[in-house]
Design a binder for this molecule. Sequence first.
Ligand SMILES: [Zn+2]
Length: 314
Amino acid sequence: MPVLLAALALALWINFAPFTRLTQPLAAARVAHLPATTPFYSGQRIMVLSPHHDDETLCCGGLIQQARAAGAEVYLTFMTSGDGFEFDAAFEGRQLRPGPQAFRDLALKRMDEARAAARVLGVPASHLSFLGYPDGGLLHLFLENYATPYLSPTTQLNRVGYDGALNPGSSYTGLNLERDLDARLDAVKPDLLLVPAPQDAHPDHRTTGYLALRLMARRGQAGRLRFWVVHGGLEWPLPKGVHRTSPLTLPSRGMNLAWTRADLTPAQVLQKARAIREYRTQMLLLGRFMEAFERKNELLSTTPLPPGPVLHGH
Ligand SMILES: [Zn+2]
C-alpha cells in the first residue's frame, strides 16, 4: 500500500504544471538537436505494426501523412483486436461487469475506428490488415502458448474470432501469429517497417517489437526497422492534453535510443488530431493521454538499442 501511495504522489507531482515548466525547456532543447528522419520517396513501401488500434496514429500519424504526400505506399497491420480493455467494454456495453460478448463487440467497434482513422490519414482500406490476436495476450503467445492455444480471459476466445481479420479461426498461438505476420511481410515487402521499441512499457508492444526484429533479421532486413514508443514511462508524454505547438520530448524509458525527429506542419498536426478523434472508444477514457501526441514532431529510433560500442560474442 505505501508503494501505491508513493507511486500516486509521484504521478501527481510529475503532472503538476510547475514541474513540467521546469523540465520542459531542457527536454525541448534535446529534441531540437536531434537529426531529421530520412525523407520518404515515391514508390517506397512502408508498413506500420500497430499492437492496438490507435498506436499507429499516436506514434506515426504525421509520418504516415508525409509518406503519402511523398508518393509512398503505407500499409497498416494491427496485431491485436483491442478486446481486452475492461473499462472500455464496461462503458461501451453499459455494464458494470462486461461479459465476453461486450469485449467482442468492442473489438469490432475498434476495427471500424481504425478504418476511419486510416481514411483521415490517407491510407486506403485495402492496405489495412487485422491479425486479430488477443489484446493483452501477445507475450503469452511467445512464453507459454507458442504451440498450445491461449484462452483470452476477456473474450473467452482461443482463436481469431472476427470477420475481416486476416485468418479467422486461427488458433491463438505464437506459431500462428508469426505465420500471419510473415505472410503480410511477404505480401507487402516493406522497405521500411515502423514498430514499437523493446523499451515500450506495454507487453503487447514489446512483443510486437520482438517479433518484428526476429522476422526481419531472419530475412537479413533488420536495417529496415525503425522504432517508436507510445508507453514511455513516468507519465510521458508531458504535459497531457492538447499542446500542438510544443515538441514531443524523449520518453524516459527510451531516453538514449538513436532518435531522429520528424517535424509536422500545423496542417499535419491538425489532421493527426482528427484521426485520433476517430478512436471514440479510446478517447472516452484515455483522451488527455492521446491528445498529448498531437505535437509538432514525432520520433523514430534507427536502432532498438542506444548507440554505443557493440560487444561481439562467440
Ligand atoms: Zn497499444
